[in-house]
Design a protein around this ligand. Structure first.
Ligand SMILES: [Mn+2]
Length: 289
């Protein structure tokens, strides 16, 4: 099963390019850390909003035993509208495939923007397992249900956030955000996310977010798990909801966030602002309150 797609093409098994070999050579030394698991989602490869360069940097500095790709990895919706595939996006795919080849267990849980991958559930694509959802057991014995989360759009009565921030408006916000940050970079200011700021400020968005979080946590509890890891709403979070640990690993179009499990089972949300990670717990706490 694992090798079902390995025969598809030589690009899956490319020998390591010299620059890749060099990059991998310093990966283990970078920070001297290895993680038990890394969870990322909502990369939206194939869209101009995808922060592929930052993501590559993050992946290089966070080697792990398990890597969960929690949906919306490749944005099939946008690619159908307009083809966009720069080299950095290719590099991300190659990096993920290489990681699988080098012994990391890479699991893809498709989301709504990459629902085409749901046709391959149960198969393996270049060593990457494709599953509808997964259960991850932490080093300290907790079970986490891993799902993208889009199935919960339907159970939320008033998806006001989606009504206000439709796909096109969202794309526009991201574009504005890029220009703004190009200017900020010229002025020597750090990266700042406009749409994350707007979403954090809009009350209806918060209601939607809360409904979503409660619904996902309730389903994880119903399934008998200690917690859940999801993505979809592009809002990184880790908190207890009625005794169930709700973790959202955020996204790589705005917030550059990931959930990591340390070797002892401790979970942590990271925001990658190269050259070093920043814990996001404090900055999100005020919005969640
Ligand atoms: Mn999604």
């Amino acid at each position: 099963m694992r090798a079902a797609f390995d025969a598809l093409g030589p690009w899956m098994n490319d020998p390591m390019a010299p620059e890749d070999a060099a990059a991998d050579a310093h990966a283990p030394q970078a920070g001297g850390r290895k993680f038990r698991a890394v969870f990322i989602s909502d990369l939206h490869l194939g869209t101009p909003g995808c922060q592929a360069v930052a993501l590559l940097d993050f992946l290089k500095h966070h080697p792990s035993e398990h890597l969960y790709l929690v949906g919306d990895i490749v944005d099939g919706w946008q690619l159908r509208r307009k083809w966009f595939w720069p080299q950095a996006h290719n590099d991300v795919v190659q990096k993920l495939l290489r990681r699988a080849r080098k012994g990391c267990r890479v699991v893809l849980v498709p989301g709504n923007h990459d629902e085409f991958a749901r046709a391959f559930v149960g198969h393996s694509f270049g060593g990457i397992e494709v599953v509808a959802d997964a259960v991850h057991t932490t080093a300290d014995g907790r079970t986490l249900w891993v799902t993208h989360g889009d199935h919960f759009d339907g159970v939320i009565q008033c998806a006001k956030w989606l009504a206000y921030l439709g796909d096109n408006l969202y794309e526009f916000t991201l574009r504005l955000n890029r220009h703004l940050n190009t200017l900020r970079a010229r002025m020597g200011l750090p990266y700042w996310s406009l749409s994350a700021y707007l979403k954090g400020k809009v009350k209806t968005a918060l209601n939607y977010v809360t409904d979503f979080e409660v619904a996902v946590a309730a389903e994880a509890r119903r399934r008998g798990h200690d917690g859940v890891v999801c993505g979809h709403i592009h809002r990184a979070e880790m908190r207890d909801i009625g005794g169930t640990l709700y973790c959202n690993d955020g996204d790589w179009v705005e917030s550059h966030t990931a959930l990591v499990e340390h070797l002892d089972g401790r979970l942590e949300l990271l925001q990658w602002t190269a050259p070093g990670p920043v814990a996001v717990a404090d900055s999100y706490a005020e919005v969640a309150a």
